[in-house]
Design a protein around this ligand. Structure first.
Ligand code: PFF
Length: 466
């Protein structure tokens, strides 16, 4: 176990840090939301703008966040305060970390609900494999409506959904309670390589058995007339969610990085890997969906409904379906671990209680919110917690948490981070940490000071008016 001078554990190596951070970034956002958003927002135009957002806004903010964490070597609010203190600025900037920690806690609660759906599909495909054997297509003899109906069937069963959600959360808690090196790092070092192997296998399978050329044309034909403000808004939001930004996750992981890690380079690797996985997820899912003659624009149902139907006609359908959802499970778990770690590290250090106790306290809170989210698909469908605010009128618990974090917390956290790093923090301190020089350094500074806060402010306002 590597311990830093300030008492908390550090990553055992730079590659462990990269794997953990890529594990945080690569998750349901890449595999479920990215193809769904691309499909709903016209394909190529969304994809191109997405890449643009990652490079010009996501990457500079990512570097800013890990840099604050590495300098502070503590939980997110305390790290920001330490950077502020060393810059002779007000400790009040610590609020950036507090907003992030709270947002991570909220996201965790509903992220584990979707994690529960993934577990359900693992069960469905495992059962199907048992029945049909190794080589057959999935769900032999069952009508498409039947397969499509699995998800609404699950939604209708509040008890099952809540149970699966709690199961997923419990696994997440187990690893976070074990600590940075024997829990969080362990998950990343073992599960991420397994994820990548399954992922490549399925992409190659899709390329050979599915309609690969149609998928490529769909994702990479840029029709600029489709680039509406809504599409742009969706792309920036997706880039932020996918890179785990604005919610203290990357600050917290940055705090476990060693002094000799070049943060500029490492951030580039993390953003590059995350984007590559999102694009490849499109190239894994769309060929299979197109080969079955299904539509790209099924939205959230793309992965949970269209894909299972498509597996029906494919050779080895049950087996590939099972492998696919196990792969998604690994990706989701390494992300939920980082979502839990941000509030847990804070609770652990702030109240000086043991890590397992902190994990249990945060986990219990997330369990309560998670059950309410799970029930918002059935028993609590008509419960609108912020219904008195027009933006959230007729919005159930799950969608309210998603909306509040995506539309308010993430952009506000990111804007404040840019203002803090770009304008408030001591420039020498920042330059010491960022690992950049020459033109790249200048570019990063311009982006963090001017471009990112401006674009993010526009996003914030547009999101609130939409
Ligand atoms: N980046 C994760 C995904 O794409 O699924 C979600 C996420 C993880 C968001 C951790 C924020 C975070 F702190």
């Amino acid at each position: 176990m590597a311990a830093s001078s300030v008492g908390h554990e550090n990553w055992s190596s730079r590659s462990a840090f990269i794997l953990a951070a890529v594990g945080s970034a690569v998750g349901l956002g890449n595999m479920w939301r990215f193809p769904a958003e691309a499909g709903e927002n016209g394909g190529g135009a969304f994809v191109l703008f997405y890449i643009f957002c990652v490079l010009l806004i996501g990457l500079p903010v990512l570097l800013s966040e890990v840099l604050i964490g590495r300098h502070g070597q503590a939980n997110a609010p305390e790290s920001v305060r330490r950077v502020a203190r060393d810059s002779n600025a007000s400790g009040g900037w610590g609020v950036i970390g507090s907003i992030g920690v709270f947002a991570a806690f909220l996201i965790l609660s509903f992220y584990c609900v979707v994690g529960g759906w993934v577990v359900y599909y693992i069960g469905v495909f495992a059962g199907d494999l048992f029945q049909t054997g190794l080589t057959g297509g999935a769900f032999e003899g069952r009508a498409a409506e039947d397969i499509e109906g699995l998800l609404p069937g699950l939604f209708g069963n509040g008890g099952l959904m809540a149970g699966l959600n709690l199961g997923f959360l419990a696994v997440t808690m187990f690893f976070v309670a074990r600590g940075v090196s024997s829990g969080i790092e362990w998950v990343a070092v073992y599960l991420m390589p397994l994820f990548f192997m399954l992922f490549l296998g399925i992409t190659i399978y899709g390329a050979f058995t599915g309609n690969f050329s149609e998928a490529v044309a769909y994702l990479f034909t840029f029709d600029f007339s489709k680039l509406t403000p809504e599409v742009m808004l969706a792309a920036v939001g997706q880039a932020f969610f996918s890179l785990s930004l604005g919610v203290a996750g990357m600050m917290t992981y940055g705090a476990y990085a060693n002094r000799d890690t070049n943060l500029g380079e490492t951030s580039g690797i993390i953003a590059g890997a995350d984007t590559a996985v999102a694009l490849l997820a499109g190239l894994a899912i769309f060929p299979i969906v197109f080969a079955a003659g299904l539509s790209a624009s099924a939205g959230p149902g793309l992965m949970f409904q269209s894909l299972p139907i498509a597996f029906q006609a494919m050779p080895f359908g049950s087996l590939i379906g099972l492998a696919f959802f196990i792969m998604i499970f690994f990706a989701a778990l390494t992300s939920s671990v980082s979502l839990l770690e941000a509030p847990t590290a804070w609770t652990h250090e702030r109240f000086k209680i043991t890590r397992p106790s902190a994990t249990i306290i945060v986990g219990l809170g997330a369990a309560i919110l998670g059950v309410l989210s799970a029930l918002s698909f059935n028993d609590l469908a008509e419960f609108y917690p912020l219904g008195f605010i027009p933006l959230f009128a007729e919005t159930n618990f799950f969608d309210t948490l998603d909306g509040v974090t995506a539309k308010l917390f993430m952009p506000i956290g990111a804007i404040l981070t840019c203002v803090f790093v770009g304008w408030v923090a001591d420039a020498r301190l920042i330059d010491d940490e960022n690992g950049l020089d020459g033109a790249l350094h200048l570019l990063w500074r311009v982006l963090v000071r001017f471009v990112c806060p401006t674009v993010l402010a526009v996003i914030l306002v547009m999101g609130l008016l939409a």
